[in-house]
Design a protein around this ligand. Structure first.
Ligand SMILES: Cc1cc2nc3c(=O)[nH]c(=O)nc-3n(C[C@H](O)[C@H](O)[C@H](O)COP(=O)(O)O)c2cc1C
Length: 236
């Protein structure tokens, strides 16, 4: 049995193409849903529904939806980017700018052509499955401002599903682009999702065509942990 800390450390985002014709066994999809089922949620509200999409035509239709990207996203995303592996290693946070199309790395530029469409959305069409986690904004965790606790709960669902997928050898990529207003509207229409529900997050799943290792960085424990008093770094 694989050690839990190995699963936690090795779980990664897999952003490249997946084997288009290789389906995920139903039993494995079921285990990923069982992992969602046992997620902790505030007040045990279980404030989610999950749509699993593995119909090829639907995947292709979703993959062909083109959203737009806001100037605000471009601007704020830029602050998280490093432009070389050396820079990323030094910063220990953020992601490599080369993951994004050139127009996304240029302030003021807007994606205008198909070439500029986020590659992650296009790759949905050739993924084995998509999971879409839905959320009902009218069901708030008790006294939780902005339903902060309810939304945190959805993060637990994401993590449980992701760890289970990883432990089964299934690659996973979160696709926030599917929650963008216009894209979300079209995805909801294709999947007959009731109006009152929102897409909390989506992930495409599958088996990568080739291994896709990439530079993953993290702060050291000493960089974020404090012992008894904020700022005291003597946690050894
Ligand atoms: C709430 C949330 C939204 C994310 N959205 C995206 C996304 O839209 N596209 C993507 O490729 N990765 C997305 N990610 C993955 C993160 O970029 C990734 O987890 C982070 O860079 C660390 O890399 P790792 O997953 O390989 O450890 C998201 C992760 C979270 C938790």
């Amino acid at each position: 049995m694989v050690d839990l800390s190995t699963v936690i450390e090795k779980r990664q985002s897999t952003r490249g193409p997946f084997e288009a014709r290789r389906a995920i066994p139903k039993g494995h999809l079921r285990r990923i849903l069982e992992a969602a089922r046992w997620s902790p949620t505030a007040h045990n509200m279980q404030n989610y529904e999950v749509v699993v999409v593995d119909d090829r035509k639907l995947l292709e239709s979703i993959g062909s939806i083109h959203g737009s990207v806001s100037e605000r996203f471009i601007e704020e995303n830029l602050a998280q980017l490093s432009f070389s592996e050396d820079e990323l290693r030094k910063r220990k946070i953020g992601i490599l700018g080369t993951m994004f199309p050139p127009s996304w790395r240029t302030p003021g530029a807007r994606p205008a052509t198909d070439e500029d469409a986020p590659p992650q959305t296009r790759l949905v069409g050739s993924s084995a499955a998509l999971v879409i986690v839905l959320y009902d904004p009218s069901r708030r965790a008790p006294a939780s401002e902005g339903d902060f606790l309810g939304i945190m709960s959805l993060g637990c669902v994401m993590q449980n599903m992701w760890l289970m997928a990883h432990s089964l050898g299934i690659a996973f990529q979160i696709l926030s682009a599917l929650s963008e207003r216009e894209v979300e509207k079209e995805v909801k229409r294709l999947l007959a999702v009731p109006d009152r529900l929102k897409i909390a997050f989506s992930a495409r799943l599958g088996y990568p065509i080739a291994p896709q290792p990439y530079l993953r960085v993290r702060r050291e424990v000493e960089d974020f942990a404090h012992h008894n008093s904020y700022g005291n770094k003597e946690l050894r």
